[in-house]
Design a protein around this ligand. Structure first.
Ligand code: FE2
Ligand code: FE2
Length: 247
């Protein structure tokens, strides 16, 4: 049986303009959007390739407390699995940087006022909500607290923080590694687990939420690999959840 295709909006093809030097360098280095993948692109369900490497187990243990807020114990492992997949599609990227930044990027949610996460972080102009800036800053604090004891260098930790800081609120990516973390952060939403969890945050039914993924989130994806993974997942998830009928 073939899975019906869900119509999606075009991925953005224009290279974003920014007066930030790092963003300008990234845009110049990767002028084709979405960024083509030099390596293999796996579009199978993410459950078939969990985050496999055990070298981050010590880091997971250091942030168990931070995974217990805002579904991070679902969001972060699935996003890490997508990050590892994206790194296989982009072997030119610093995979360790992408993986550590993805694992830690939302740990700051555990250190902001939890009552404001849903009330401010997922309603209205949620991308610009003050609490979103706070969770980015707090995430950098977590990184600077836990990474030195695990042997990471100061330079590496600051590169991790440069990605975490602004991952939701900064409009453009500053490097390929930044772009891959951003795409991994979005890809988990297309999996059925992400739809189940995130649709409730936005107080949307699954049909409305998957419509929004197709029209608003797909165009935000930076790499072709992420676009291919997202559309494959969206087709599977909408068929499974019968969103064409239950609406
Ligand atoms: Fe975030
Ligand atoms: Fe996230």
């Amino acid at each position: 049986m073939t899975t019906p295709k869900t119509p999606v909006a075009d991925t953005g093809t224009a290279t974003p303009v920014s007066d930030n030097p790092a963003a300008a360098d990234f845009a110049a280095a990767y002028p084709v959007r979405p960024v083509p993948a030099p390596g293999p692109v796996d579009t199978a369900p993410i459950a078939t390739t969990p985050a496999a490497l055990e070298d981050l187990d010590g880091l997971w243990r250091a942030v168990v407390h931070e995974t217990r807020t805002r579904g991070n114990d679902i969001h972060l492992p699935i996003s890490l699995a997508f990050a590892e997949r994206l790194c296989r599609a982009h072997p030119e990227a610093d995979a360790e940087l992408v993986r550590v930044a993805t694992l830690l990027h939302d740990t700051g949610w555990a250190h902001v006022d939890e009552s404001r996460i849903i009330s401010e972080g997922f309603t209205g102009d949620w991308r610009k909500a003050t609490i979103r800036y706070e969770h980015e800053k707090q995430g950098c604090d977590v990184a600077r607290r836990v990474l030195p004891g695990l042997g990471y260098s100061t330079d590496f930790i600051e590169r991790v923080c440069a990605i975490i800081d602004g991952h939701d609120t900064r409009p453009v990516a500053h490097s390929l590694e930044d772009a891959l973390m951003r795409d991994a952060d979005r890809l988990w939403r297309f999996d059925q687990a992400g739809i189940a969890l995130a649709s409730s945050w936005f107080k949307m039914d699954p049909a409305t939420y998957t419509d929004r993924l197709a029209t608003e989130i797909v165009p935000e994806l930076i790499t072709q690999a992420a676009h291919d993974m997202a559309t494959a997942d969206l087709n599977r998830s909408t068929a499974l959840l019968k969103t064409a009928v239950i609406r």
